[in-house]
Every structure is written in C-alpha cells, then in structure tokens.
Design a protein around this ligand. Structure first.
Ligand SMILES: NC(=O)c1ccc[n+]([C@@H]2O[C@H](COP(=O)([O-])OP(=O)(O)OC[C@H]3O[C@@H](n4cnc5c(N)ncnc54)[C@H](OP(=O)(O)O)[C@@H]3O)[C@@H](O)[C@H]2O)c1
Length: 323
C-alpha cells in the first residue's frame, strides 16, 4: 500500500508528459474535426468564472467570438475590466459583461446569484473555471482552506445557485467544470480541508480536482431529467499565470512544451458547442474526447457513499436552502 503514492505520481508523470503537453495536443489534434468548432451561438448566455486570465480568458474570448453573450466572473475589478476591453476589441462582441465576485467567499457567490436573478435570463453554459493551487495553508474570512474554498466550495455554490437559470435554458443547458489531470493522483477523500500537519498544496489541489470530477457525475445523475448536462474536463498543461506562480519549477522544466491558453481552452469550447446527444453526461473530457477518470492500478476509485457525504457537507458549508 505504501508504494501506491509513488506509483500514482510515476503513472501521472509518464501519462501526462505523453498526453498533456503541447506535443500531446498536436498529436491529438490530428483527429479533431474543424467543423465541430464552426458553430455560432448568438443568443446563448454563458458564465465563465476566472475569466480575466489564462484558460478562462481564452474560453470567454472563444465563446464571445462565436456570438454568445458572456458574463465574465472575476474577483478583481481592474483585471476584469482590462480583460473585458481586450475581448470586446478582439471579437467586436459588445455583449460581454463583467461581474465582480470572489469565488472563495460563499457570501460573494450568493450576491452574484442574487444580482443575476434580477436579469431574469436563462443560462445556457456555465463554465466553472476559476481555480488555484495555493501552496501555503491560507484560510478565507469564512474560515475555509483557500484551495478548497475556490476549487470545490465555490464551484458547488455557484452551480447550485445557477440551477434555476440553467433550467430555464433546458434542454440545452450545460455546466462545464474545469478540473485537472492532477486528480489522477488522488482518490476521493473526506478530508476536504487538509487537516494533516504538513500542508501540501499540490496534494490538496489534486484532492479538490477529484472532488470536482465526482461532483460532476453526481450532478449529472441528479439533474439529467432537468435537461442540464454536466461535464468535467482537463485542459492539459498550459502556460498560464497560475502555473507560472504556483508551479515555477514545473513551468520552467516544461518551458516550450506547454500548451497555449487557447489550446487549454479548446476542449471547454468544444464541450460548449457540441450537441448534447454527442456527449456523455458526467463524463471527464480531454482533447475533445472522453477520458478515463482513473489511471491503471492507481487505487483512486471512490465510492458513491463518499461523494454523497461530501455533498451533504458542501451543502451545509454553503448554507444555501435545500434544492
Ligand atoms: N494551466 C494548466 O496547465 C491547468 C491544468 C489543469 C487544470 N487547470 C485548471 O484551469 C483553470 C484555470 O487555470 P489557469 O491555469 O488558467 O490559471 P490562472 O491563469 O491563474 O487563471 C485562474 C483564474 O481564476 C481566477 N480566480 C482565482 N481565484 C479566484 C477567486 N477567488 N474568485 C474569482 N476568480 C478567481 C483568477 O483570477 P486572478 O487573476 O484575480 O487571480 C484567474 O482569472 C483552473 O481551474 C485550473 O485548476 C489548469
């Protein structure tokens, strides 16, 4: 059993180097169908969290360039406004809006949802992209460990509060959760806020991303008859401000073989554009195809009981009314 962790790390490294790098993207893109992306989505309302930078920025731009109305959810007004202007200028689409919201705070997500409800608009596409890998153990003003607060609790609260607006866009509504291949190194664990002594941000991030993938499956089962599709995905290893800050050594070692932000966003946009009949509800996607949720012999398969108990705890942490 003590060899499981090194095995997971090795399997992840080898699999990742072959597939998640830029060369992996180039190889996989030989099978891409250009027509899949030649879809206009005028009249569709999209919410992209963490849209001022990296993969979220490229996603917001990609959706705006196809005519969608895009709500960019960003925590910093200045950074959000700068990104908004750039996207409007690049796409000529004026239906791109900034919503300032710190996803790490459930109170902020609730305010965002409450303001959004006054627009009385359906939401066709929600992209839960905002994420971070914080190497230090920081705690939010609401008392939650920071990685967990953004990656898991923020994703949960945002999605649950957007359900009424997603239902309005049924049967075409969909939620795309930007997870990570990092989850291959972690099983589902009940220790949501990393209570151990020696905090490890990389491990906490992997745990968070595993929860996102399981949550996506859970939501897909729960809300399928409401006409909302749920998908998780891995962008591959892309050169973003987040990677440069959180994983400087990794970023330096793979310099020249990391994906561009557009390549990182490619599968998110693909998932947003495909007819739902083509997609597997609750599926984990990578490079425009369904990907395995576990690596061989990695012993990461969690039980349904665990995700159910995690959902109960998220529900209680978020303090939102029963759905
Ligand atoms: N890049 C990769 O290789 C890679 C691989 C696997 C998965 N991912 C996932 O892809 C997603 C995007 O990451 P990225 O690499 O593009 O990183 P990034 O460049 O750091 O972008 C992250 C975005 O999330 C925002 N964000 C962070 N905390 C937030 C909060 N509390 N409230 C609102 N927004 C917040 C950031 O805003 P600020 O600019 O204000 O910080 C930024 O806009 C993440 O979920 C990440 O886990 C990335």
């Amino acid at each position: 059993m003590f060899l499981v962790k090194p095995w997971r790390a090795l399997a992840f490294g080898v699999y990742g180097y072959k597939n998640f790098t830029k060369s992996g993207f180039v190889e996989h893109s030989k099978k891409f169908r250009p027509e899949d992306m030649e879809v206009r989505i005028e009249g569709k309302n999209c919410i992209v969290t963490g849209a001022n930078s990296g993969i979220g920025y490229a996603t917001a731009e990609g959706l705006a360039s196809r005519g969608a109305t895009v709500y960019m959810v960003c925590r910093n007004k200045d950074r959000g406004e700068a990104a908004l202007s750039k996207i409007q200028a690049a796409t000529g689409n004026k239906n791109v809006f900034l919503e300032v919201c710190d996803i790490s705070l459930t109170s902020d997500v609730k305010s965002f949802a409450s303001n959004f409800s006054s627009k009385d608009k359906p939401v066709h596409i929600l992209v839960n992209n905002a994420g971070l890998l914080e190497n230090n153990r920081l705690v939010t003003s609401e008392g939650f460990e920071m990685n967990f607060a953004v990656n898991v609790l923020g994703t949960y609260t945002m999605t649950e509060l957007m359900l009424p607006f997603l239902e309005k866009a049924a049967p075409d509504a969909r939620v795309i959760n930007v997870a990570s291949g990092g989850m291959y190194t972690s099983p589902l664990t009940d220790d949501l806020q990393f209570s151990g002594d020696k905090f490890d941000g990389v491990e906490q991030y992997a745990r968070n991303k595993r929860v996102q993938v399981s949550l996506t499956e859970k939501w897909a089962d729960k809300y399928e008859d409401k006409g909302i599709g749920f998908y998780s995905m891995h962008p591959g290893w892309a050169e973003t401000p987040g990677v440069a800050t959180s994983l400087p050594r990794f970023s330096k070692t793979l310099s020249g073989n990391l994906r561009t932000i557009e390549e990182g966003a490619d599968t998110i946009i693909w998932l947003a554009l495909q007819p739902k009949e083509k997609l597997v509800a609750g599926g984990f996607y990578f490079d425009r195809a369904e990907a395995p949720k576990h690596l061989p012999f990695a012993a990461t398969k969690g039980s349904r009981v665990s995700i159910d108990s995690i959902v109960d705890r998220l529900h209680s942490f978020s303090n939102i009314s029963p759905s």
